[in-house]
Design a protein around this ligand. Structure first.
Ligand SMILES: [Zn+2]
Length: 112
């Protein structure tokens, strides 16, 4: 769910157009390494904040946007909350026994 400060942005026609163009660029597929689900969401790699919400080099910059499926988006959002850091490199995703994608600490490891 979008936070209050970002609500107007996410409702804007500019965002809707950019979002569609990113999904198209990414062939409507989740871009997480190892994940082959259809993309459902467009994620800001550098998180939107009240300070950058009017900065178009962040909000609508294609380099800062990536298509993800709902599961990967949840994982990345949870991880960002934990680390409160910037996310320059997308993590590698692996699948656990039940087929649920999880982020690998290294390309060969599991996080849990
Ligand atoms: Zn995915």
């Amino acid at each position: 769910m979008a936070r209050a400060f970002a609500k107007a942005f996410y409702n804007s026609s500019v965002w809707k157009e950019v979002r569609e163009s990113i999904l198209k660029r990414d062939s409507y597929m989740c871009q997480m390494a190892g994940c082959h689900n259809p993309a459902e969401e467009v994620h800001h790699k550098k998180e939107l904040t009240p300070d950058n919400i009017n900065d178009t080099s962040i909000t609508v910059n294609p380099d800062n946007l990536i298509s993800l499926c709902g599961k990967c988006h949840k994982i990345i959002t949870a991880r960002n909350k934990r680390e409160q850091g910037t996310e320059d490199i997308l993590p590698v995703v692996v699948f656990d026994e039940s087929g649920y994608p999880v982020i690998a600490d290294s390309p060969l490891g599991y996080t849990n």
